[in-house]
Design a protein around this ligand. Structure first.
Ligand code: PLP
Length: 349
């Protein structure tokens, strides 16, 4: 199988962990592993003295948790909406009955920073919700400038970094991020099923969140986390896979991990340029490439899928998304471009 869809091909040693029996988790062994994973994650994120709340659920759960435990106590959230995932922030706020406003961004574009500065200066908003990488379009937003605007206007900053973590540089301390959201099946290159709400030191120390949710309640999770446990049954194998994967990333270092993804992105993009395919995003994340092909892509995706080669669709009918995460190498990126080109030629005949 060749997967250019999330999470990409996974390392065999990591896959092997999930083939074993499931150890009991209300034990010192599990607590120690969970606290060690938390410490490594905080290091990789540059988040000194923060806390990482793990959820046995996909990324949207951690977004939901952040809204029900943190955003819900704020007066007026502003949501940057540049695609599917930005829209999701808005939908979650709406679900909890939170009065919020949106800052629309055209698909594949960066937010207009002057307009955003004006909105934030108005003093109307006290928290900004955004994606670092809007994964539906492949656009990487200018987090550095946006975080400066937030700090200058005393606006708290929540960043969904699911699509950028371990693909693009991301530092919570440097950007003054209050809460970051991560998940297992993107940059961490693990199976889907884990997500994380990462709380800065300031947010974690404040506590008393008074969550509007039950299962995701931050106060309850932090109480359990202090002894390395979760309030409800964790996906034990995924926690074990996470721990093993984090050890490896810590060993390699974040810059090298990102560089490997970037090299593959560069190779694939060069292949696209040579074939005259255009890109969906103005400023691209290394995580994936969104490409417009000169034909509707559904039949291509189905054809590749029959041969266990996976690429992802997006909104526009002639766009595919190709992730550069996972174990497939640079050569495989070129092979994929060749296969698409062959399909294109055959389809024309
Ligand atoms: C994948 C992803 C999510 C999580 O989506 P799930 O369907 O819950 O896995 C959230 N935000 C971004 C930016 C993503 O790329």
């Amino acid at each position: 199988m060749k997967s250019f869809a999330f999470p990409g091909n996974i390392e065999p040693e990591i896959l092997a962990i999930a083939a074993g029996q499931v150890p009991y988790m209300r034990t010192e062994w599990f607590s120690k592993m969970t606290l060690e994973s938390e410490a490594i994650l905080l290091g990789l994120l540059d988040c000194s003295n923060g806390r990482v709340i793990p959820y046995t659920a996909s990324g949207t759960a951690a977004m939901d948790a952040c809204v029900s435990s943190f955003v819900s106590s704020r007066k007026m959230p502003l949501v940057i909406n540049g695609g599917t995932f930005g829209a999701r922030w808005g939908n979650i706020c709406h679900y909890y009955g939170l009065h919020h406003e949106e800052f629309p961004v055209p698909f594949g574009k960066n937010p207009d920073l002057e307009l955003l500065a004006d909105r934030l200066k108005s003093g109307k908003y006290d928290v900004l919700l955004m994606q670092h990488h809007e994964t539906s379009s492949g656009c990487l937003f200018d987090l550095q400038t946006i975080s400066q605007l937030c700090r200058a206007n005393n606006v708290r900053l929540v960043v969904d970094a699911i699509g950028s973590f371990l693909a693009d540089p991301f530092s919570m301390d440097a950007s003054g991020i209050d809460v970051a959201i991560l998940s297992s099946h993107k940059g961490l290159n693990l199976p889907p099923g884990l997500s994380f709400a990462v709380l800065s030191k300031t947010v974690a120390e404040a506590g008393n969140f008074g969550s509007k949710g039950f299962y995701y309640d931050w106060d309850e999770h932090l109480r359990n986390l202090s002894r390395g446990q979760t309030p409800f049954s964790p996906a034990t194998h995924l926690f074990m896979q996470l721990h093993a994967r984090l050890k490896k990333i810590q060993n390699d270092g974040v810059p090298k991990t990102i560089e490997q993804v970037k090299l593959k992105a560069d190779v694939f993009r060069q292949n696209c340029v040579e074939r005259g395919w255009t890109f969906s995003a103005d400023t691209k994340s290394n995580c994936l490439t969104g490409v417009y092909l000169p034909f509707p892509v559904r039949p291509l995706i189905n054809y590749l899928g029959k041969h266990e080669v996976y690429v992802m669709p997006s909104g526009p009918e002639n766009m595919i998304r190709v992730t550069h995460l996972g174990t497939l190498d640079c050569h495989e990126q070129t092979m994929l471009a060749n296969e698409i080109e062959t399909w294109q030629k055959n389809a024309k005949q």
